[in-house]
Design a protein around this ligand. Structure first.
Ligand code: PLP
Length: 441
């Protein structure tokens, strides 16, 4: 029996009304957008500091992307994914150029969930090993396989109620609350040692890959402490385990470089992408593979294509979006990112309910906790006991004209504006968030 939320989702034609919005229904019906602003059906403007689902990186209604899509649709809208198409080949080449190191072979998919499943299928095949390890407090998708890779308890609980999961092993994220470290360096060491322990415990020969977000996305915009990824790369090499970067949120300038791994200076063996590749104007996703893995896959005639993988209209959008990122949007993200960080850190100093502010580039989380007990609000206010005040903060900010995202767990406000955002828009949105905090506590 569908619950109230999903019945409402069916009634409004939405497949995924996010659970973090007020259940009484203050979700605006978005009908138009331009740059960092969206408009609802009553003409109310909102600064979109969620970039919808952390994906409209080029902002809304970007003419260059829309024209590229229209042009492709006029030439030929669809070409079989088993045949060649010029837009598809050009995008594959371009992705190989911007991806780090020897990652240059591209396989397309449709969604981020499918890209992660594809990457894991490839890793399992080339390593001839069944297990893929992921973090608790992670999000890798909602389909059967990708939901199993996800370390967010809500997603897993939904899957486990309805189907068996694939049993992907889990390890702790490199967050201070998960370890007993006195410094970021110690945290990096303890958290990486813990991953090695889990690999040894599972049996290195049975582990094909470790999959993780370079900076946690909806699971809390948390960057790893310095040295963590470097050590993790060494551990993976020592145990002949592949490292897969889930760049579904962190890719395409979100963290200030092309990919999140670039901000860490590490080279994964496989990299998955979706969302920002087309600025979400049309669905597209995929996997970029290290040359060596690409050769193995080609030699084995790996044949797992999907009808809509690498859709020509999406590929045209992707090429145009990458052009826009290169022609100034990543530069703008780097120019305004420090202003966003300092404005958010003011909230940390000003309000005792703000436990921490963390993130990178234009991906940030404002994490809340009860100032008396130190406990996250989402636990103490869950269910019938009342509204989670963090959801109330977001609703109050929305009433003041700024949309923000919710996290998993929902003790945080996720801040992720389009890369075209200006400093004055940042001021306006952070002021709305601050007013939301004051209206709530
Ligand atoms: N990976 C990460 C890091 C994500 O944040 C998401 C979605 O938010 C996914 C994978 C799944 O992507 P999709 O919703 O396109 O299947």
């Amino acid at each position: 029996m569908a619950n109230e939320g999903s019945q409402r989702a069916i009634a409004t034609g939405s497949t995924a009304i996010p659970h973090w919005y007020d259940p009484d229904g203050d979700v605006p019906t978005i009908v138009e957008g331009e740059d960092a602003t969206v408009y609802d059906d009553e003409g109310t403007a909102y600064l979109d500091f969620q970039a919808q689902l952390y994906c409209c990186n080029a902002g809304h209604s970007n003419d260059v992307i829309v024209e590229a899509m229209t042009g492709q649709a006029e030439r030929i809208p669809y070409v079989s994914s088993a045949k060649h198409n010029d837009a598809r080949s050009a995008l594959a080449r371009r992705l190989g150029e911007i991806a780090p190191g020897s990652l240059s072979d591209v396989l397309f998919a449709v969604s981020g969930s499918e890209a992660n499943e594809l990457a894991c299928g490839i890793a399992r095949r080339v390593q001839d090993a069944p297990k893929v390890l992921t973090r608790w407090q992670s999000y890798h998708g909602g389909t059967y396989g990708a939901g199993s890779l996800t370390g967010d308890p809500n997603t897993r609980a939904t899957l486990e109620r309805h189907a068996a999961t694939t049993g992907a092993g889990k390890f702790l994220p490199p967050l201070p609350e998960c370890f007993d470290a006195d410094s970021p360096e110690e945290l990096a060491e303890q958290a990486a040692d813990h991953v090695e322990f889990v690999i040894r415990n599972e049996g290195p020969d049975s582990v094909a890959a470790v999959l993780m977000e370079p900076v946690g996305g909806t699971s809390g915009a948390y960057p790893a402490p310095p040295g963590y990824f470097e050590r993790l790369r060494e551990i993976c090499d020592e145990h002949d385990v592949l490292l897969v970067a889930d760049e579904v949120i962190t890719g395409f300038g979100r963290c200030g470089e092309w990919f999140g791994v670039d901000t860490e200076g590490i080279r994964p063996d496989l990299l998955t992408f979706a969302k920002g590749v087309t600025s979400a104007y049309v669905p597209l996703a995929g996997v970029v593979l290290d040359d060596r893995i690409g050769e193995t896959i080609r030699a084995e005639e790996f044949d797992l294509g999907q009808t809509f993988a690498g859709h020509p209209v999406a590929c045209a959008a992707g090429l145009a979006a990458i052009g826009e990122y290169e022609d100034g949007l990543i530069g703008n993200a780097n120019a305004v990112g420090p202003h966003l960080e300092s404005r958010l850190r003011e909230l940390e100093d000003r309000y005792e309910e703000v436990r921490t502010v963390r993130g990178r580039g234009l991906l940030w989380s404002v994490v809340f906790a009860d100032p008396v007990t130190g406990e996250p609000f989402h636990d103490s206010f869950a269910g019938d006991e009342g509204e989670n005040p963090v959801a109330a903060v977001r609703s109050a900010a929305q009433e003041r004209g700024a949309l923000f995202g919710g996290g998993r767990p929902d003790d945080q406000v996720i801040v992720s504006p389009p890369l075209c955002v200006t400093e004055s828009e940042i001021d306006e949105a952070v002021d709305a968030l601050a007013a939301g905090v004051e209206a709530t506590f």
